[in-house]
Design a protein around this ligand. Structure first.
Ligand SMILES: [Zn+2]
Length: 395
């Protein structure tokens, strides 16, 4: 009994140091020990165990000029675990890896033709098989980010990919039967912002990504609130829009189609664009250059975005709102319009200044890497505790 308890304490100590190093890349052993309330001797002992378990390594830290022995920086073990990270967009796919510490390895972006799901999944599966062959046992899990509504391993609906009820379990098989996590790209970008970006350390944050339509997530204590089946966070399909307009999701009046390239095309009297994201980029560029009609279309989209944010503040009461993708561009080009619309939609008491007033609406820090960083975090979170338990108790 006493032995079991001592062993459990060893696992918990190792996991605490590992999680701290993962959350704070570049942290020194001395800093980590201080944050966790460990003596220098305990930190050294735990670190020895994590090194032997091929989870963490150390490198010399740059001299600080201070007194005392220089500490070392905690780094991922050179033979440590990796997770495969798959990101799908409406037009591209990438497969890369992340290690403890969350850094993504550079990887090429491949275009897909928007064909049937089997086609693009076969390409992604082949890339995962190749990765498995190269990384071998180091590969520990697979995390997927994509623009769709996800329940478990199934994409129930992805309008921009034209997917319905697509099971992604086969991707786990391609990687040798590893644990698989699948998430909505905007929700995962929010997870990334909460852990490593503009919402870091914020108790309750709202993240919204505008690309084609709008997605997001409420983050409480750094974790996503995704509902009973993981399909929550579809803020784009709340009817903040024109009830006379039908959304590709099947509902009427969605916010989704009021804030992106499709909305800008309507403002400009143009047909529905083939690639609404690219079209929005062109309109933004024209607006930046001073083009009047483009400016008006951008203002209209920014106004719709702000109105919905104001409504969500009333409902969810976040301490900060982070905006990614086109949302960050709109904030830059038409921030005043967004602010004014937020204020108009917010309840009167929120318009007072001060602690209880309107929370800041800020650009997401991680940009287009958000979904992949979030997918890596999600996959690592799924396996880190088990890996530590297995490897630390074995010795
Ligand atoms: Zn909709």
């Amino acid at each position: 009994m006493a032995t079991m308890r001592a062993e459990e304490l060893r696992v918990q100590g190792a996991l605490a140091l590992l999680r701290h190093a993962h959350a704070h890349p570049g942290v020194t052993r001395a800093e980590a020990a201080a944050s966790l309330g460990l003596s220098s001797g305990s930190a050294t002992e735990i670190m020895g165990r994590l090194r032997a378990a091929r989870l963490l390594g150390e490198r010399a830290s740059a001299p600080t000029g201070g007194r005392g022995r220089p500490s070392t920086v905690l780094v991922p073990h050179p033979e440590g675990p990796l997770v495969a990270v798959v990101e799908l967009t409406h037009a591209t796919w990438t497969v890369t890896t992340a290690a403890i510490g969350g850094e993504l390895a550079p990887a090429p972006v491949h275009r897909h033709r928007g064909g049937p799901p089997g086609e693009v999944l076969a390409e992604v599966g082949a890339a995962l098989e190749g990765l498995r062959a190269r990384a071998g046992d180091r590969l520990a899990a697979v995390g997927v980010a994509l623009p769709g509504t996800v329940r478990g391993h199934t994409v129930v609906q992805a309008a921009t990919l034209r997917w319905r009820d697509v099971d992604l379990s086969g991707l786990a098989a391609s990687a040798g039967g590893l644990p698989l996590t699948v998430g909505n790209d905007a929700s995962l970008a929010g997870v990334a912002e909460a852990l490593r970006g503009a919402a870091r350390g914020v108790p309750v944050a709202l993240h919204l990504t505008v690309e084609v339509g709008i997605g997001g997530v409420l983050l409480v204590g750094g974790g996503p609130v995704l509902g009973a089946t993981g399909a929550g966070g579809e803020f784009g399909h709340v009817p903040f829009g024109d009830p006379g307009l039908r959304c590709p999701c099947g509902a009427a009046g969605c916010w989704d189609i009021m804030v992106d390239g499709r909305a800008m095309a309507r403002s400009l009297g143009r047909a529905d664009p083939e690639d609404p994201r690219a079209f929005a980029g062109e309109v933004l560029a024209a607006a930046r250059a001073g083009d009047g009609p483009a400016r008006a279309a951008v203002t209209e989209a920014a106004d719709a975005l702000g109105r919905g944010i104001g409504a969500l503040l009333n409902a969810l009461d976040p301490a900060v709102v982070t905006l990614g993708g086109l949302g960050a561009d709109l904030l830059e080009v038409a921030g005043d319009t967004i602010s004014a619309a937020v204020r108009r939609a917010a309840m009167a008491w929120r318009r007072r200044d001060g602690l209880l007033g309107l929370p800041p609406v800020v650009p997401a820090e991680l940009g287009s890497r958000g979904p992949s960083i979030g997918a890596a975090e999600s996959a690592l979170a799924a396996v880190l505790a088990d890996l530590t338990r297995e490897r630390v108790t074995r010795r």
